[in-house]
Write a protein that binds this ligand. Structure first.
Ligand SMILES: Cc1cc2nc3c(=O)[nH]c(=O)nc-3n(C[C@H](O)[C@H](O)[C@H](O)COP(=O)(O)OP(=O)(O)OC[C@H]3O[C@@H](n4cnc5c(N)ncnc54)[C@H](O)[C@@H]3O)c2cc1C
Length: 243
């Protein structure tokens, strides 16, 4: 298996809880890894790797890379849902070994000057966008990017101060909460991301390249809406994680 997927041993040097919300909030943890042999994988922001706890085992799961190709370490942001694999990830400690496959995938962030970008992220679907934004920052590239990010509760926003820092690059962020009760202190949007919400903030969205990542229902619904409003299929790049 090791050779087949280009697995390499990494060691975990940091594990951090990223969300501290309500009882129904997701529990998202960041895992930062360093290659044991010192060699770096090259990849394009948006790609994923498969993680194995034991290279001889058939059990693995795939995770979007949240770090930038310009970073020395690899980071994954993982929702610990207590499933077959995530229940084992939840028991890992700093210093433990983990095996990482060669990065792959078709959800590739390749910024071009011809189009501005529209990023749509639901929940843990924010992970690949961290890779893209960190890449822009690492390359000191300013771009006209709108990010819509939906979370159940405002405390579920991952790395809020890092996200705010990306505004220096030209990033505009629209947060939306789907479960928080009415509260005068919340200045963002409410409800799921839809084209009406997008239109209210980004009048030229139909001419942008759209990148979207989240649960399968979110991806399917928003793709249908975007196409109905005239966004071309080739301008919609999507990462589909579920069945
Ligand atoms: C290309 C790709 C990239 C991915 N990137 C990420 C990532 O960056 N971060 C991340 O957390 N996950 C990501 N996933 C999902 C991940 O691969 C696993 O499916 C997830 O961690 C659950 O694995 P498990 O073995 O714990 O659950 P399992 O025991 O396999 O499944 C339990 C059930 O939970 C469902 N499920 C899976 N994910 C979720 C979720 N987030 N919330 C609720 N139900 C869920 C499954 O469909 C299944 O029905 C990605 C998947 C793919 C294919």
């Amino acid at each position: 298996m090791l050779g087949k997927m280009g697995l390499r041993p990494y060691s975990i040097y940091e594990i951090r809880d990223l969300t501290r919300g309500e009882p129904d909030s997701p529990r998202i943890a960041s895992f930062k890894l360093r290659p044991k042999d010192g060699s770096k994988f090259s990849f394009v922001p948006g790609m994923f790797s498969s993680l194995f706890l034991n290279p001889d085992d058939k059990l693995f799961r795939s995770y979007s890379i949240a770090s930038s190709p310009t970073d020395d370490q690899m980071e994954f942001m993982i929702e610990l849902i207590n499933g077959r694999f995530t229940s084992q990830l939840a028991n890992l400690k700093v210093g433990d070994e983990i095996f990482v496959s060669e990065p792959r995938g078709a959800f590739l962030y390749e910024p071009t000057d011809a189009h501005s970008d529209l990023f749509l992220a639901a929940g843990i679907g924010i992970a690949p966008f961290f890779s893209m934004l960190r890449y822009l920052k690492g390359k000191e590239m300013k771009r006209d990017v709108y990010l819509f990010y939906s979370v159940k509760h405002k405390d579920d926003i991952v790395n809020p101060s890092e996200l705010e820092g990306f505004k220096e690059l030209g990033l505009n962020i629209i947060y939306t909460v789907t479960r928080d009760p009415e509260n005068a202190l919340w200045k963002g949007e409410r409800g799921r991301i839809n084209t009406q919400m997008i239109q209210n903030h980004v009048s030229d969205y139909v001419s942008r390249t759209v990148y979207l990542c989240g649960g399968i229902k979110f991806v399917k619904d928003i793709v249908t809406e975007l196409k109905d409003r005239g966004v071309k299929d080739e301008d919609i790049k999507r990462d589909i994680w579920g069945e």
